[in-house]
Design a protein around this ligand. Structure first.
Ligand code: LLP
Length: 421
């Protein structure tokens, strides 16, 4: 696709804006996003699903900053939410309530009530117990809750165990063998309206195979459920499509959907309304995190590059040993390249952003951490009393601050001085 992040005239640009200008204006660590990259990612799905009845529900857990939600809402997306907080954010960003689906294994009654009152499109229910509670809450409100059951197709997404969700032994969804029974149960509950079926097998999936396997398994269920007299209006195939962090070659969204639609058609399900819940593939490569080198600390065993971004800003390396590319904002040729471990200031050995990276840098230089659009800011914490970073959105040659840097008073706003003796 178009190079939304590219070097020109010896420095890194985001669309038509110099990254260095943004770092100077807003300080670091700083997340910088490309609106065009997000729109292009949505467009790839839309191309793949052209002329189909389909709704892309952006899985906002990937990045839930309001302005980013607005970009997706304006591109026609609905939202996949997993909490009352995400519901409120989506509505605040102008989401159409009927384009919201609510996933997650632990929805509270209060969250269900809020979502029913907002009039969301579908609850993706993950257990029989949740069906009972949702039915009771809907009855109290005098409404019917639209539901899909999230089924667990028991396929291996071939990804990191922490982000694989479609196998029997994890907490998500209703086991394939129990799904038909659960559907019968749901259909008998007065305040529920069965509208669809849902599955999500994992994240950072880099091949079509697991999707095809899941699709076949879900279609088997669809046929069994409908044979039992329970019509299903839509099929939600979840999210999970991977991105390139380092050399991975996931299928493009349009290619993936070409293959999946061919299989749907072949099995006579081509007419069905489709829902998707992509997160990472819509934002992951639409963002970078700009960080400044604080200190170089060469040593006998290792050379450390200490930067001002840390595991609280970018938790993926610490949590999953994830790889993120790290590159200078302004490559220099006046110092030798050295192999560094790029680490943050947080007091944990796990606080690293990249290991054994060859970089020609000095203290004061800015570095861009790549693929930082998804699951970075949304997973950021305040550990070590570090305020959350600022965020800037670029569109063309314009840049807008979409989240101001947190101050220390933001951090303790909810705290109370000791009043006991
Ligand atoms: N739908 C459901 C029900 C999900 O649980 C998820 C992600 C998605 C959709 C979106 O998946 P995506 O398209 O983004 O792969 N923090 C981890 C990823 C956790 C994914 C959790 N569920 C990471 O940084 O790799």
């Amino acid at each position: 696709g178009a190079p939304f992040f590219a070097y020109r005239d010896g420095e890194l640009w985001v669309e038509g804006v110099r990254v260095a200008d943004l770092a100077r204006a807003h300080g670091t660590p700083l997340f910088v996003y490309s609106a065009a990259a997000m729109r292009a990612a949505v467009a790839a799905y839309q191309r793949g699903l052209a002329r189909r009845d389909a709704l892309i529900c952006y899985a906002m857990k990937a990045n839930s900053t309001l302005a980013i939600l607005e970009v997706f809402a304006r591109a026609g997306c609905g939202f996949d939410i997993v909490s009352g907080g995400e519901l409120a954010r989506a509505l605040r960003a102008g989401a159409a309530p009927d384009k919201i689906v609510f996933s997650g294994v632990g929805k509270t009654r209060a969250e269900m009530r809020a979502a029913l009152q907002a009039g969301i499109g579908c609850f993706n229910v993950e257990s029989r117990a949740e069906l009972e509670v949702l039915d009771a809450v809907a009855r109290e409100l005098g409404v019917r809750a639209p539901v899909s059951l999230r089924v667990n197709p028991d396929v291996d997404a071939q990804t990191h165990p922490y982000i694989s969700t479609g196998l029997k032994d994890n907490k998500f969804g209703i086991a394939h063998d129990e799904a038909l029974d659960a559907y019968r149960h749901a259909a008998g509950l007065p305040a529920l309206q069965v509208v669809g079926i849902d599955c999500h097998i994992g994240s950072q999936i880099t091949s079509t195979g697991p999707y095809l396997d899941a699709l076949e398994r879900v279609l088997d269920l669809v046929e069994a459920i409908e044979a039992a007299g329970i019509p299903l209006h839509h099929l939600d195939l979840g999210g999970g499509l991977g991105i390139e962090y380092r050399g991975e070659q996931p299928p493009a969204a349009d290619t993936l959907w070409q293959v999946l639609l061919a299989r749907l058609d072949a099995r006579g399900h081509g007419h069905r309304r489709l829902l998707l819940e992509p997160g990472r593939s819509l934002v992951g490569n639409a963002g970078i995190c700009v960080t400044q080198v604080l200190y170089t600390k060469p040593g006998a065993a290792k050379n450390f590059l200490i930067v001002d971004a840390a595991m609280n800003d970018l938790p993926r390396p610490a949590m999953y040993e994830a790889y993120h590319a790290i590159a200078p904002v302004r490559p220099r040729h006046d110092v030798p390249e050295v192999v560094w471990d790029v680490v943050g200031p947080v007091c944990e050995s796990g606080d690293w952003l990249g290991r054994e990276r060859a970089l020609a840098v000095q203290a004061g230089d800015w570095l861009a951490v790549g693929s930082a659009g998804a699951y970075c800011m949304s997973m950021a914490s305040h550990y070590n009393s570090r305020g959350k970073a600022a965020e800037v959105l670029v569109s063309g040659d314009r840049a807008q601050l979409i989240r101001a840097r947190e101050s220390v008073s933001d951090l303790w706003r909810q705290e109370r001085a000791l009043a006991l003796d």
